[in-house]
Design a protein around this ligand. Structure first.
Ligand code: NVA
Length: 198
């Protein structure tokens, strides 16, 4: 705290980050933990606002792992009035704390195990890697468990005609997102990445 004006921290443990922030006398910014990725969610909200003029009433479908990105997306988007549907395989749902925080904003948040149910009519289709940093050893198991949860042209066709696709990057094409969708006309991923600058 004596050396710096502020501290941005990216590391594995949310609990350790909260301990650090408790003892720091300077601002501590969560730049990603195992549980949250709030700066990413702010960039995501900005991207959605650029495309749709706001978040109120926008249906946001997250398909994949109920991880840090999913948790923060649910909280931020529901706080700003979006409807959020999160589709994960059984056992990979976002933690109850994240769901509770999202619901505390009075948001319209729901969970499903069916990617097509989530994507139906969605204006935003969002995905992230199936094995996050620190989960590399689970990768093979996760590839099996997430079969059928990839965002591809068929799933995108179930979304609204003006839907955009988001991904926080880096992407694993052929896994959680197909190459044609990532690089296709409905991808807003590059604007989304640029919005991390702000
Ligand atoms: N869920 C991913 C996000 C990377 C920006 C991870 O934690 O590795």
């Amino acid at each position: 705290s004596g050396y710096l004006d502020a501290l941005a921290v990216r590391w594995g443990s949310q609990a350790d980050l909260e301990t650090l922030a408790t003892h720091a006398t300077i601002p501590v910014i969560n730049a990603l933990t195992d549980e949250e990725h709030p700066c990413q969610a702010l960039a995501d909200a900005l991207t959605i606002r650029e495309r749709f003029g706001g978040l109120a009433g926008v249906r946001v479908a997250y398909v994949g792992d109920g991880n840090n990105v999913a948790s923060s997306l649910m909280v931020v988007c529901s706080a700003l009035g979006a409807e959020v549907v999160c589709a994960t395989p059984r056992g990979y749902e976002p933690p109850p704390g994240a769901l509770g925080a999202a619901c505390a904003f009075g948001g319209n948040v729901s969970l499903t195990n069916d990617p097509y149910e989530a994507a139906a009519g969605a204006q935003v289709l969002y995905t992230d890697v199936w094995a996050s940093m620190g989960e590399e050893e689970e990768r093979e198991r996760r590839l099996r468990d997430f079969a059928g949860f990839g965002v591809d042209a068929e799933l995108l066709a179930a979304a609204a005609p003006d839907a955009v696709v988001l991904h926080c990057l880096p992407a694993h094409t052929g896994e959680e997102i197909s190459s044609d969708v990532l690089y296709g006309g409905q991808s807003a991923v590059w604007d989304q990445a640029e919005n991390r600058l702000h």
